[in-house]
Write a protein that binds this ligand. Structure first.
Ligand code: ADP
Ligand code: MG
Length: 214
């Protein structure tokens, strides 16, 4: 039996617990389950202001990740994140595949094997910048970035990332889309939640639930 990896006590140090192999497995499984459970909802959101494939895109990507959960979880965190990003680029497709792929790959490049909170904040900032560069997009355009930005702020100030993500996804409803497919609708994009904002919030919640249990 291999010795379990040492875990840091979150309560006493304020640092995240070590993201060991069982945790990495739980994270992949939780992300996949969140996408499977909400695929219809994401599709309905994308039917309103896009082409109706976001739920299916995310489901396909995370089916592929789940099929390789042993291999992905066995890798050290940075390598696992990079491999996960590659999988999402190859399998999700659409606009969101390369963007989520970039997010995970950049996290993998930026994070050390055992990250502390400051590492997480810095890496998430770098990942957001990479998504912006890839998408030629910025905050305020009614995209996934409008959830990722507030989540980054919450992480930096030590507030609840899940609540930040949910509120931020809700806050995309009155926004006018100026990037992505929804921007083709102009004013008609107003009044609907952005599908990528919702999938981002679901992923943040899935990750937070696993790490809070750790
Ligand atoms: P597609 O739009 O190609 O059908 P998806 O439906 O899978 O791809 O994903 C749509 C989501 O991708 C949008 O709701 C939005 O959040 C995000 N998105 C699209 N374009 C961009 C962009 N340029 N920058 C950031 N996010 C984007
Ligand atoms: Mg779509």
């Amino acid at each position: 039996m291999p010795q379990p990896e040492t875990r840091t006590d979150t309560a006493t140090t304020g640092a995240p617990a070590a993201i060991d192999e069982p945790t990495r497995r739980a994270l992949i499984e939780a992300l996949a389950q969140a996408m499977f459970a909400h695929a219809d909802e994401l599709t309905a959101l994308d039917q309103a202001i896009g082409d109706g494939d976001h739920g299916l895109n995310m489901k396909r990507g995370f089916e592929a990740a789940l099929a390789d959960v042993d291999g992905l979880a066995a890798k050290p965190l940075p390598d696992g994140l990079k491999a996960m990003g590659m999988t999402l680029v190859m399998k999700v497709g659409g606009a969101s595949g390369p963007l989520y792929g970039t997010l995970f790959m950049t996290l993998g490049k930026a994070l050390p094997v055992e990250p502390d909170r400051a590492n997480l904040v810095a890496a998430f900032g770098a990942a957001i910048d990479a998504v912006k560069a890839r998408g030629k997009s910025d905050f305020g355009q009614k995209t996934m970035l409008d959830v990722l930005g507030p989540v980054h702020e919450a992480l930096a100030e030590g507030s609840d990332p899940k609540a930040a993500a949910d509120n931020a996804a809700e806050a995309t409803i009155p926004m006018l889309a100026t990037r992505g497919r929804a921007s083709f609708l102009g004013e008609r994009s107003i009044g609907h939640m952005d599908p990528g904002a919702r999938s981002s919030a679901l992923m943040v919640a899935a990750i937070a639930d696993v790490l809070e249990q750790g």
